[in-house]
Design a protein around this ligand. Sequence first.
Ligand code: ME8
Length: 515
Amino acid sequence: MRKYYITTPIYYVNDIPHIGHSYTTIASDILARWKRLNNFDVFFLTGTDEHGAKIAAAAKEKGKTPKELVDEMSARFKEAWKLLNISYTDFIRTTEARQDTAVQKFVQILFDKGLIFKKKYEALYCTGCERFYSEKDLDENGCCHLHKTKPVLQAEENYFFKLSSFQNALLERITDKNHKEYIEIQPEERRNEIIGKLKLGLEDISVSRAALEWGIPVPFDQKQTVYVWVDALINYITGIGYPSDEKTFNKYWPADVHLMAKDILWFHSVIWPALLMGAGFALPKKVSSHGFFTSNGIKMSKSLGNVISPQELVDKFGVDAARYLAVTLIPFGPDGDISWNAFTLKYNTDLANNLGNLISRTIKMAEKYFNLEVPNAQNGLELTKKAAEILNKDFSPAMDAIHPHKAAEALQNAITLVNQQIENDAPWKLAKTEPEKLPACINSYLQATALIIIHLLPFMPEISEKIWKIIGANGNITDTAKKYFADKTIPENGFISAGAKLENPGILFPRIVQK
Ligand code: ME8
């Protein structure tokens, strides 16, 4: 069985999760579920980033110890992922003992290889970003572009990693598609930005803090702690067993994809691969970044206080619709403005009017003409085959390329195809004029719907299972989906047997009136 290792960023626990974190995590979950349905052995890692100056400051501000704050907040992320039905394999916290072991071992390797040295340093530090900046990186007011705050000058003697010596090796691996350690960076525009910046040269980076206690001690100098970003990136190998569980580690490493927003692409596509190369590890295959959710053009962020919480989204739309809406409202790549109005419009268009309508009218007709029993019909699979054409051409490649919004468009096109067929057939007229044609019609709508629902499963796991039962489809949806995706063959007699019982669920996606 092929393996697939996918990660989300580990989120800072200075505050509670919001829809931006949910976006990356739901997208990763959809991809993980998709790969499982495609018979991959998936490891899906998420977690929380709990050390560093930002967390220490947040704890102080809230009158708590860092430990109290991180325990409380990490639990909030876990709760949010439970609410959103996130199927992670493991949830890692950087304050766990396994992370201490991995970080210390990794940093010691770099030190032993002569890639870490000590130097006096003075530079501007943005605690929001947890990174040093030079003047040229700041805006016209001397503020960080993301947080709109002035970084603070810090001077200390700490340890540096020789990032500068990896410039050429990184450029080769990022630009040469035939390189055996090629790192694919998505999307193309950001890949080009990274290449442009890399060509300008790299400066060595500080990898320890002398005056910060809230971190993992540097193994060769207990007075210093490991820089929070180095600590954080190493989670990706700790999470799959490094260094104690070699078998699991060797099975899943390297990562197939690290997913995140554009803010931390540099750390993942430049610093992380350089650290890995330095320590002698294989490199991640893909680093995929999406844009920011913005509100009236401004990035949604905890620090700026203009956020929507996962709970609010679920309260309004339900879990499955919230998952669907979060990843399909804007394309995966550029920034996009979100609002309650835009979510509601998309909900009404895609779910209430298109999918909901398809299910409810088909079931109603089956109820009226066949007493909620699947009618027997020859040749009911033409429509399913047409839907399969759309889905094979546009859905599956979009999912593999991590474009969930495009995949959802293909799904909607397949649903529209069936709805249009219903309009063309007008079974309500046939019932009066040619009733003998009705069984084949209703049967074909149900079979095509079953195929569509198999594809909806990674996006909307609970409702898909429910619809599968409602339409009387055979067996377990997940097993059927796995079998189907193995060779994309529609079963000879379709997904639903004649005579199967249907259920009328009432309205699955009630229209929402925007106030
Ligand atoms: O950067 N739109 O953690 P973080 C879209 N701990 N995505 C958003 C978003 C928005 N408005 N706001 C946040 C860190 N995100 C580090 C990561 S990894 C080794 C360490 C998502 O809590 C998006 O995935 O600031 C972004 O990259 C991430 O949250 C940043 O989370």
